[in-house]
Design a protein around this ligand. Structure first.
Ligand code: AMP
Length: 406
């Protein structure tokens, strides 16, 4: 099978690797560290299957355009991708589906939004309605900060049009879990959960990012967690989408918070998470290309299987990320890191400079992954590989996959 993967980050690097176990893979546009990267737009490529990685082309209707041209596509159309493109619409759908989630309301007027905010206890959660690369959410215990954020978002000054509608939510507490469901329009299979680390600093300090690291499996989750997510979150949502005439073929990514009252939906995304899906996909032992092709055909038949080991991923980020990211710093040590047993390095925000050297070209530059029989040993592998890599301003979290004390 020939597969085209659309995207250019760490997620697409890992999709290419895992799909490449059973298929011939081309990545568009990819990046200089992903084998098989081509600059040709997906519309001009031929393949047996197209897998669309990021949310932006999905929200923009790339899956619809490819399907209209007769291609077999894994990824929802623009109608289903609204789940991620509009948090307000997502909340409407999940409420109709009866999926457990935080109490919330949607606003375009700052005074109304702040009046509602004042009725909620801390922490306060203010979200842009539209896409904001994982950075449009403020969670704070400081009410002045929350109010200022509402005004900045609604005025369009912090996130442009993406922020002109905001969702104000009740704050939830508990560990976060990502569950990826591969959907064929009517049913789904779920992959083992992962956890990602969204804040830039150790101990969850600092602003939200696109994700600074991840690990899987989560030994502290109760047995049957995935089945519960399938039954209480994924299937009801697919039923509600079908009721609205939406044939959802692609990943439904449930971002969940495990609160004292049980799991609650934080958000749905419409693609594999980056970097949390990488640690799940790498552990797959079954044929990913075949699974995604079945989903694209609307006929899931196979059940995915995964290795019993653990994977830990640490993101190495560029100077200034997430506020900015400095480009052009020369990256050293990737080959040395790859020599560490059970380590791998996937390139994300990278480019080649005039001299053909790999340089930083984005916030999240590399994904460094360790595998091992358990989370702690996988973690040691990832960090020892990371210690081989350097560039001016490289920063990363030091506490990825530190397990909660039981
Ligand atoms: P989202 O883009 O909706 O996933 O939000 C990004 C991050 O903000 C989540 O992964 C959580 O860490 C945090 N967050 C979002 N909604 C809530 C909430 N209702 N309560 C507490 N934290 C939240």
């Amino acid at each position: 099978m020939r597969v085209v993967v659309v995207g250019s980050g760490g997620r697409e690097a890992v999709l290419a690797e895992v799909l490449g176990r059973t298929a011939e893979v081309v990545v568009t546009p990819g990046n200089p560290g992903i084998p098989g990267s081509v600059p040709t737009p997906p519309e001009d490529l031929d393949a047996d299957l197209f897998v669309i990685g990021p949310e932006v082309p999905l929200v923009d209707g790339l899956a619809d355009r490819l399907r209209a041209a007769g291609k077999r596509v894994y990824g929802p159309g623009a109608d289903g991708a609204r789940l991620e493109g509009s948090k307000a619409w997502m909340k409407e759908v999940v409420e109709a589906a009866g999926v457990p989630t935080a109490r919330h309301r949607t606003f375009t007027d700052a005074d109304d939004a702040i009046a509602f905010l004042c009725t909620l206890p801390a922490p306060w959660v203010v979200k842009t309605d539209g896409l904001a690369a994982g950075k449009g959410v403020l969670v704070t215990h400081d009410r002045d900060e929350a109010e200022a954020d509402v005004r900045a978002k609604l005025a369009g000054s912090s996130f442009g049009d993406a922020g002109r509608t905001v969702v104000i939510e009740e704050g939830m507490t508990g560990p976060e879990v990502s569950v990826f469901a591969v959907c064929d329009g009517t049913d789904a299979v779920v992959l083992p959960p992962a956890q990602d680390f969204k804040r830039v600093g150790d101990g969850d300090a600092g602003p939200n990012t696109g994700g600074m690291g991840a690990y899987s499996p989560l030994p502290w989750l109760p047995d049957g967690f995935e089945d519960d997510v399938l039954v209480r979150f994924i299937r009801p949502t697919l039923v509600e989408l079908q009721r609205r005439g939406i044939d959802y073929r692609g990943t439904l990514y449930a971002g969940l918070m495990v609160t004292e009252a049980g799991p609650r939906l934080v958000e749905f995304n419409v693609r594999f998470g980056d970097p949390d899906s990488q640690v799940v996909l790498l552990r797959l032992t079954s044929d990913l290309a075949a699974l995604l092709a079945e989903a694209a055909d609307g006929q899931l038949r196979s059940t995915p299987t995964v290795a019993s080991d653990a994977a830990v991923l640490v993101v190495a980020a560029a100077e200034g990320y997430p506020a900015t990211s400095r480009a052009g710093d020369v990256i050293e040590g990737i080959e040395r890191a790859r020599l560490i047993p059970d380590a791998s390095v996937f390139t994300a925000g990278v480019a080649l400079d005039d001299e053909g050297r790999l340089v930083t070209a984005g916030g999240r530059v590399l994904n460094v992954v360790g595998r091992g029989p358990d989370v702690e040993s996988a973690r040691r592998v990832a960090y020892s590989a990371l210690s081989c890599i350097s560039w001016p301003g490289l920063h990363h979290r030091r506490d990825i996959a530190v397990l909660p004390r039981s």
